[in-house]
Design a protein around this ligand. Structure first.
Ligand SMILES: CC(C)(COP(=O)(O)OP(=O)(O)OC[C@H]1O[C@@H](n2cnc3c(N)ncnc32)[C@H](O)[C@@H]1OP(=O)(O)O)[C@@H](O)C(=O)NCCC(=O)NCCS
Length: 163
């Protein structure tokens, strides 16, 4: 589905990071394994799921800045992003993170960002695209197969408090 002309996707710029982190903190609560653990066991470690997820996005932007793409409104407000990683060995293009500002969800922006990332992988000579989702994320389980992703494995996360 083509992106509505009200939005455009462009390459990430270093100045976008704080906005990407803001979107991350706002959207990932329902799909964070660390948040599941906090809900069950209480706080642990330095910061919380939010601060750790926000720093994971900074890592994505540092490790493969040319593989991060943002979607913005015509007035230049960044409202979503996708991060990617390329592997020269496996030729797997991996999508570690994807988020759309909740005010702008369900307008096809998540799908458009993924299509953009997949086109980027092809351009870069990747041979497989990979993305993960949690069982508690119905959107991912609907969206990813609809783009052509096929389920290849399931993983169970266990955790135990040590104090
Ligand atoms: C996942 C996410 C990026 C999707 O962004 P989005 O812009 O809302 O996605 P789209 O508008 O392209 O919609 C994607 C599909 O999901 C469907 N969808 C939307 N809300 C849904 C819901 N609550 N349950 C099931 N499907 C849903 C849409 O109908 C659409 O399907 P369609 O194209 O067949 O109609 C967004 O929901 C988000 O930021 N979630 C929080 C972070 C997250 O889960 N990231 C991915 C984990 S790595």
């Amino acid at each position: 589905m083509p992106l509505s002309p009200e939005y455009r996707i462009r390459a990430y710029l270093a100045d976008d990071l704080s906005r990407l982190q803001e979107i991350t903190a706002e959207t990932f609560g329902a799909v964070s394994i660390d948040n599941n653990m906090e809900q069950r066991f209480g706080a642990f470690g330095v910061g919380d799921w939010r601060s750790r997820k926000v720093s994971a996005i900074a890592d994505d932007c540092r490790l493969q800045p040319d593989g991060v793409f943002v979607v913005e409104t015509l007035t230049g407000e960044v409202i979503g992003y996708v991060t990617t990683r390329l592997s020269a060995i496996s030729k797997i293009g991996w999508i570690p993170n994807l988020a759309v500002d909740s005010r702008y969800q369900a307008r096809g922006l998540g799908r458009a960002l993924l299509e953009y990332a997949i086109a980027f992988f092809k351009e870069q000579g990747m041979e497989v695209a990979k993305i993960e989702t949690l069982e508690q994320n119905p959107i991912g389980q609907n969206l990813y197969p609809s783009l052509g992703f096929e389920e290849v494995a399931r993983q169970i996360h266990y955790a135990m408090p040590l104090k």
